[in-house]
Design a protein around this ligand. Sequence first.
Ligand code: ZN
Ligand code: ZN
Length: 149
Amino acid sequence: MWFSRRGPQWWLSGESPRVPGAAFRRAAAGQLCALAAAKSPLRINGQGVTATGLRVLVHKDQVQFGDAVYHYTSDTPPVSGPYSGPAAKCVRCRAAIDGGSPAVQCACGAWFHHGEPSCFLYEKSPACPACHRPTSFDMSAYWHPEEES
Ligand SMILES: [Zn+2]
Ligand SMILES: [Zn+2]
């Protein structure tokens, strides 16, 4: 996901920035990579992309070209639905998650029961025991560029 600035606000979008001479591709292992030609104006955390022309993006990286500034975040909205994966345990209550039962997956891959009550929406501002991301469907609860200077 990408934060881009429009006026005074940051907007979150799944679409990668369009940079002249550069492209963003998802690697097989899931990381997002920036590919840039030698003369691309692309800057990552203030630096040009090196001679190899390839850089794996990490959470909170700042991507810039000209006046346009973006932040990459590895946070993605949690996915809810009937559980259909291999045998798994809920990271909150440690009980097995039955196939077909309501479940939520955190961006880190951890699974939670999502019935009544939901192990995901467990307290007032709960966090994932595996990665400490907020367990919330509201992306404003997650990392945001303005939190860091
Ligand atoms: Zn549970
Ligand atoms: Zn997590």
